[in-house]
Design a protein. Structure first.
Length: 223
């Protein structure tokens, strides 16, 4: 049996059509063991006026290096506080995530060549338009999560199941626990921190403004 001559051929272009392979030596045969077709994926997401967007991609995503934004999963919901953990690796398609960056900016995500599953993510992604009942989920509105009315949620969004949130909760604060160990907290305009807050000198603060504080033993950056 003659030795196989393995070759990889790259094609590029737009539109539809046929790929034609010509063999100069008519005495030779051409066999295809496998054909893999890939395409470049442009994943652009526009952040809202508060600098947030929920997102769910059908493709695996790579967050090992990001520019102009950060990606987050919900790791815990306790009382009126949602804790987000920063995503710094690759995630499988269909994963619900929260993106954060400059208000109104359009950010470009990177598709991944492999998939990893987030172990504790509580966000659920929508790969197709999905009908939900009233109060079944919380969805992003501005800089907070609110209960979603009955209706169809577009594809490419992420939702927090209402079952994760205590029924008595009226407002939810965001806490971002990032890869550097510094935590950021963002609240809605009418919300206040309900945990005891101290400045870096150990003095209790009733109404925190912008700056770095200590909340529950963690450094919190209030923006």
């Amino acid at each position: 049996m003659p030795k196989a001559n393995n070759q990889t051929v790259d094609f590029s272009g737009t539109g539809t059509g046929n790929i034609v392979i010509s063999v100069n030596d008519v005495s030779k045969s051409v066999y295809f063991k496998s054909i893999t077709v890939t395409k470049a994926v442009n994943l652009s997401v526009k952040l809202n006026a508060s600098g947030f967007a929920t997102y769910c991609s059908q493709y695996p995503l790579d967050f090992t290096s990001t520019e102009g934004y950060t990606a987050w999963q919900i790791t815990n919901v306790s009382g009126e506080t949602i804790t987000f953990g920063q995503i710094t690796g690759k995630v499988k398609g269909g994963t619900g995530i929260l993106l954060m960056g400059e208000a109104g900016a359009t950010v470009t995500l990177t598709s991944a060549d492999s998939e990893e599953t987030l172990g504790s993510n509580k966000l659920e992604g929508t790969l197709a338009p999905t009908y939900v009942s009233a109060d079944q989920y919380y969805g992003l509105k501005g800089n907070e999560f609110v209960k979603v009315n009955a209706g169809t949620v577009p594809a490419g969004k992420a939702l927090l199941p209402a079952s994760e949130v205590p029924a008595s909760v009226r407002g939810l604060s965001f806490v971002f626990d990032n890869a550097d160990g510094i935590v950021e907290m963002r609240n809605g305009e009418n919300e206040t921190m309900r945990s005891e807050v101290f400045d870096l000198s150990g003095r209790r603060v009733v109404k925190p403004t912008k700056g770095l504080y200590i909340v529950n033993g963690k450094k919190i950056m209030v923006k």
